[in-house]
Design a protein around this ligand. Structure first.
Ligand code: HEM
Length: 125
């Protein structure tokens, strides 16, 4: 079906949970990313689960709980360099693989995340 959402194609709620659970340990271990994230990553993981669900075309869970995403604005307190955007995307690439997402689908999901990741860059240092 051509009209299936990316959310459904990925595998719905269980898949998004799994991607998020694979992703944050990589973020926390990354030398450029770990230091800008809080020690207690659980609230971030929960918000990311809500957001990616919505971003990939599933139920609008993030907006229901947290209002308008305004994701670039929400990232302004953190120094997001071009290198950090690439690092984020590379952790996500690994997480999609680890979560067992089909490689073509993973490439498509990464493509969708690449625009926002680069758009969130707010400093060069
Ligand atoms: C929150 C970093 C890209 C989605 C955060 C936080 C940091 C961060 C430091 C805040 C953690 C805290 O609460 O203290 C980054 C970096 C990125 C990036 C370095 C590189 C470009 C993205 C992308 C998405 C995303 C591409 C999704 C398309 C989120 C969400 C939150 C968040 C949903 C939680 C927002 C909230 O507080 O409600 N990010 N992020 N981020 N990020 Fe990112």
């Amino acid at each position: 079906n051509r009209n299936i959402s990316l959310y459904d194609a990925l595998g719905g709620e269980a898949a998004i949970r799994s991607i998020v659970e694979c992703f944050y340990p990589k973020v926390q271990n990354h030398p450029l990313l770990g230091p800008i994230f809080p020690e207690d990553i659980n609230p971030v993981m929960e918000k990311q689960f809500l957001f990616l669900t919505q971003f990939f075309g599933g139920p609008h869970l993030y907006s229901e709980q947290h209002g308008h995403p305004m994701m670039r604005a929400r990232h302004l307190p953190f120094p997001i360099t071009p290198e950090r955007a690439e690092a984020w995307l590379s952790c996500m690439r690994e997480a999609l693989k680890e979560a067992g997402i089909d490689s073509e689908l993973a490439a498509f999901a990464l493509e969708r995340l690449s625009g926002p990741a680069h758009h969130f860059v707010n400093t060069t240092e």
